[in-house]
Design a binder for this molecule. Structure first.
Ligand code: OGA
Ligand code: MN
Length: 300
């Protein structure tokens, strides 16, 4: 079957047809999907009733997979394989989490605009989210195109943010919604990490903002000033013209390029299950290293 792509948003987002992810794909299909990600940043595949093993096998064709940070919590029982992030409101017995369950509180952080794993030294390259059970209404996922957002910035702001480095911490983003229940061990394991504020997206050669609610300060700036600049950039980057809202169907797989997009979950009724399984492909190196290498190669 030949792959076809339909653009879903004026700026980005492609719907891919013509693949069945339950089966091992030829390399030419993998290359076509990567090319679509380079161009569209977010790709939607409908009617992909995959299980976890099939999701892991396909995702691993795109690069090395992250393991979920939950897997590292001593004594924590996981519902799913350590290569799957459990993006659900269910416990290890697949029962609904209580409203005040710590896991649910932590998961609510996904409602903030972010890009995955920017709080890790080497962040995510791609995320693949598979819809297994969806609520009857709500629970959409919104995306924003950070390359288009960068292009639309005034030159004065582009000059101001060039070569700037932000510090990203999951403790910071969670603290903005009042979630601070991290153990000393977690605090020690999740220190703020530096990430460049502007990247060059390798697949398209385009410049992009690199932003997330995990970013709490900009190095070399007083904290309030850096935080306000980050807030201004967030406001700019999440204007409606850049946003695509995905209304899920069971069996959808959405893949996004974490290097040049942000996303957030939308609210839904907590008394109904929403079960989404995420695999995450790790990026090749910390963003400062990538930027240094890019400078060496291009002289830019
Ligand atoms: C994620 C995420 C949003 C959602 O899986 O990384 O942020 O809508 N999910 O569940
Ligand atoms: Mn996410």
């Amino acid at each position: 079957m030949a792959i076809t792509i339909k653009q879903l948003h004026p700026l980005y987002v492609g719907e891919i047809s013509g693949v069945d992810l339950r089966h091992d794909l030829p390399q030419s299909d993998i290359d076509a999907i990567v090319a679509a990600l380079d161009r569209y940043a977010v790709v939607v595949l409908h009617d992909q009733p995959i299980d976890d093993a099939q999701q892991i096998a396909f995702s691993a064709r795109l690069g090395p997979l992250e393991t979920t940070i939950k897997a590292y919590r001593p004594g924590h029982k996981l519902r799913l394989d350590a290569h799957i992030s459990d993006v659900s409101n269910l416990d290890e017995e697949s029962r609904l989490l209580a409203l005040d369950d710590r896991r649910r509180m932590n998961g609510l952080g996904n409602r903030l605009w972010h890009t995955d794993s920017s709080f890790k030294p080497t962040p995510a390259k791609y995320s693949l989210l598979s819809a297994r059970t969806i609520p009857p209404s709500g629970g959409e996922t919104e995306f924003t195109d950070l390359r288009a957002a960068y292009d639309a910035l005034p030159d004065s702001i582009k000059a101001q943010i060039d070569k700037r480095v932000a510090e990203h911490s999951i403790l910071h983003s969670r603290s903005t919604i009042g979630f601070t229940d991290f153990s000393d061990e977690e605090r020690a394991r999740l220190p703020p990490v530096p990430q460049v504020l502007v990247r060059t997206h390798p697949g398209s050669g385009r410049k992009t903002l690199y932003l997330a609610s995990h970013a709490g300060m900009i190095r070399g700036m007083p904290v309030p000033e850096g935080r306000l600049l980050l807030a201004d950039l967030m406001e700019h980057a999440t204007q409606r013209e850049f946003v695509y809202r995905h209304h899920w169907r069971v069996g959808d797989l959405v893949i996004w390029d974490d290097r040049c997009t942000m996303h957030r979950a939308r609210d839904f009724d907590a008394s109904v299950p929403r079960d989404m399984h995420r695999t995450t492909v790790a990026d090749v190196a910390p963003t400062l290293e990538q930027a240094r290498e890019h400078e060496l190669v291009t002289g830019a």
